[in-house]
Ligand binder design. Structure first.
Ligand SMILES: O=S(=O)([O-])[S-]
Length: 102
């Protein structure tokens, strides 16, 4: 069984409005993240991954964002295996989020 759920951009917007508890991690490269990212998201890298996991609240929803929604799925699965109970992969990734906000 897959350890994550799919989330649309609209669902993320509603989820964020409904609760301040949503955590968003962005697994794109640092330059892309610096050029633009979802408000309050954290750029998750190999360097800060262990620290992020150790410090995170694993009971809160966690949304994983990549470029187009492909690699976020394996990252979401991995983060679920690490103990996050409520993990989502953002369908369409940051490009879909940008389109919705352009
Ligand atoms: O980031 S991506 O795997 O969707 S191209």
């Amino acid at each position: 069984m897959s350890g994550f759920k799919h989330l649309s951009v609209n669902e993320l917007i509603h989820m964020s409005e409904a609760s301040k508890e949503v955590q968003v991690v962005d697994i794109r490269d640092a330059a892309s993240f610096a050029a633009g990212h979802i408000q309050h998201s954290v750029n998750l890298t190999n360097e800060n991954l262990a620290h992020y996991i150790a410090a995170a609240d694993m009971d809160k929803p966690l949304v994983v964002v990549c470029y187009h929604g492909m690699s976020s799925q394996s990252a979401a699965n991995y983060l679920n295996e690490q103990g996050f109970d409520d993990v989502y992969s953002l369908d369409g990734g940051f490009s879909a989020w940008s389109l919705a906000h352009s």
